[in-house]
Design a binder for this molecule. Structure first.
Ligand code: ADP
Ligand code: MG
Length: 272
């Protein structure tokens, strides 16, 4: 094994949302502490899991890392560079390197556009390649996510949830990113389809040397995918350990509850 190479570092990250006043008589605005003093490192090539119930702050962490929102306090580093200090050019480059796959299979797909159009979009947005080069690259992407050529002329409503999630994954890897953040990426899919998508993500990681931040409320799915797992509860990171330790030797009662809440069979076993 080579030396660990730091990819993402989150340091004392805090995000508080100030809510609008509900009535004119309300003196102070309510504050939601979405995440509080969260710190962790993600190393190159690993799958780092973030697990916790709905509302525990998982997506907030993803959005902070992806520069969709700015923290109340704390820092995020990408390969030792503070991303909060990036200028617009550095931000554009960073956004190519760190991609997201969301929960909804419809994701960021435009229902009125063909799959071919949506797969070309990352290249159009960043003005990359000639038409011929893009077509070649799109064909390669289809092979990587094992979708047939015929998908290119189809529209989102003509594909299944699993096929749509393959399209979203193809879009996420189109610009050869270093990091992919999967935020509940299989949560909306049937269990058998979940297993196929998880296997695809694992294959792509190996082939493309990707680093994953894998977010789910389902500890069973996270355990199957991840090297290390962070457990979130009400905005706090309460436990961080290897997947094996989290599963076999959970330290916190909350982690034990999460473990008990998930069925024991793994997606692998469910396939049969
Ligand atoms: P999770 O992804 O674990 O379900 P989130 O990160 O989406 O949790 O949300 C964490 C907390 O922050 C929740 O209480 C949520 O309601 C709140 N929250 C998230 N985004 C906003 C926002 N834009 N404005 C106000 N509150 C928010
Ligand atoms: Mg979420």
């Amino acid at each position: 094994m080579s030396e660990k190479e730091l990819m993402i570092r989150v340091n004392n990250l805090k995000k508080h949302f100030t809510l609008p006043k509900k009535t004119v008589f309300q003196k102070e605005r309510d504050v939601v502490k979405a995440i509080n003093e969260v710190s962790f490192d993600v190393n190159k090539g690993e799958t780092f899991g973030i697990v916790g119930e709905s509302g525990s702050g998982k997506s907030t962490i993803a959005r902070l890392i992806n520069l969709l929102i700015r923290p109340t306090d704390g820092e995020v580093y990408y390969k030792k560079q503070n991303i909060l200090e990036f200028d617009s050019k550095e931000k554009a480059e960073f956004r190519k390197q760190v991609q997201m796959v969301f929960q909804s299979p419809y994701g960021t797909l435009d229902p009125r556009r063909s799959i071919g159009y949506s797969l070309e979009e990352p290249f159009t947005i960043h003005s990359i390649g000639t038409k011929a080069e893009r077509n070649q690259r799109i064909n390669h992407l289809l092979n990587l996510v094992t979708l047939p050529q015929s998908s290119l002329n189809k529209f989102p409503h003509e594909l299944s949830g699993g096929q749509l999630q393959r399209v979203n994954i193809a879009r996420a890897i189109a610009l050869e990113p270093e990091v992919v953040i999967c935020d509940e990426s299989v949560s909306a899919l049937d269990v058998s389809v979940q297993a196929q998508i998880l296997n695809l993500l694992n294959d792509l990681q190996e082939e493309l040397n990707l680093t994953y931040i894998f977010i789910s409320h389902d500890l069973n799915v996270v355990r199957y995918m991840c090297d290390r797992i962070a457990v979130m509860n009400s905005g706090e990171m309460i436990e961080l350990n290897t997947a094996e330790e989290i599963y076999n030797n959970p330290q916190k009662d909350y982690t034990k509850i999460l473990l008990n809440a998930t069925p024991i069979n793994t997606p692998h076993e469910r396939r049969t």
